[in-house]
Design a protein around this ligand. Structure first.
Ligand code: XMP
Length: 318
């Protein structure tokens, strides 16, 4: 029978034999799969694992800095690449959801390829692919690996995609990946993180993106997620986030009429993201969170809670 510690021992041994002194490049997303894959490879080949963590400017508030520190503390050989401006420039004026996804996928590949070229004699591309990704072929929730796979036909194969591929988690389900992470003493916060889409906040800002809209949504999302944590609700929810709607609505502040943005909060229960139910969050939680958002986030005067299930609604609004 399968145990996480035996899996770690065997996999590290296999990776050592397979990789020898070769160099390996891996894209970290901040998510569970790529982080656990990195840790296994790190145990096997140490500094010969070159991790790249790209900031696409569409991550949660402070996520890039926080997670990068965490990766460094884990001993990983990681390089953080802040490409926010490159992504946001490419996205300027674009409002179609699929077009936004394609642009993000393309820019990610360009940035990753540039970085991979800086590593001399790299032989392997490591990915955090798990078993459900293998059967679906494109991950519903994956980060860089899903992005790479679904966009590899743009303008010929980038060089890093010609590398040999190593996927140490390919036979595992999500809960097994978490158990493997736990048995390597990885941080429970990191292992318990909600799924987050590769295109990030871009598909939670309906319509076109501006740096100001990203900032507003980061603030709103941070209040929502921090409150879920402090109310001990975070682990009871499968995924949560906020959507910035492309409507302004009238409000009042003091004697003044305001005409500002509306945000929708979404929290769902699910097992795999294919179907989902909205979570019955306590009214008091919603009340406090709504007040805090409206009081603290300039530019927002209305908060709504999404009570739609999937199907027919999707989890993301785009
Ligand atoms: P939907 O909105 O389709 O989302 O109900 C189901 C799950 O997939 C995630 N999602 C994505 N993940 N790239 C990703 O890596 C994407 O383009 C993408 N679109 C949706 C979503 O966050 C949810 O977990």
């Amino acid at each position: 029978d399968w145990t996480p510690s035996a899996f770690v021992e065997e996999t590290v041994e296999d990776l050592k034999n397979k990789l020898g002194d070769d160099k390996v490049v891996l894209g970290l997303s901040g998510g569970v799969d790529s982080s656990v894959a990195a840790m296994l490879l790190h145990r096997a080949i140490g500094k010969n694992l070159y991790c790249i963590f790209v900031n696409n400017g569409l991550l949660r508030k402070n996520e890039f800095e926080d997670v990068l520190h965490q990766y460094a503390d884990m001993g990983l050989n990681v390089k953080g690449v802040d490409a926010s401006a490159r992504f946001l420039d490419a996205l300027a004026g674009k409002s179609d959801p699929e077009e936004k996804r394609k642009i993000i996928g393309r820019v990610f590949i360009e940035v990753f390829d540039d970085e991979a070229h800086l590593i001399k004699n790299v032989k392997w591309l490591a990915q955090g692919t798990i078993y459900p990704d293998v059967i679906e072929s494109v991950s519903a929730t994956g980060g860089p690996s899903a992005t790479i796979k679904s966009h590899h036909n743009v303008g010929g194969l980038p060089d890093f995609m010609k590398l040999k591929v190593v996927e140490p988690l390919k036979a595992l389900f999500k809960d097994e990946v978490r158990r493997v992470g736990t048995s390597m003493n990885m941080d429970s916060h990191l292992l318990g993180r909600h799924p987050f889409p590769g295109p990030g906040l871009a598909i939670r800002i309906l319509g076109d993106l501006t740096p100001e809209k990203v900032r507003i949504l980061q603030e709103v999302d941070a209040i929502f997620i921090n409150n879920l944590r402090s109310w001990n609700l975070y682990d009871k929810v499968w995924q949560a986030g906020a959507m910035l709607l492309p409507v302004n609505s009238v409000g009042v502040m003091g004697d003044e009429r305001t005409y500002e943005k509306c945000v929708a909060l979404r929290a769902v229960e699910s097992t795999d993201g294919m179907t989902a139910d909205w979570v019955n969050l306590p009214y008091e939680f919603l009340q406090k969170t709504s007040n805090e958002i409206i009081n603290k986030v300039k530019g927002v005067n209305r908060v709504v809670y999404d009570i739609s299930s999937k199907p027919p609604a999707t989890i993301e609004w785009e």
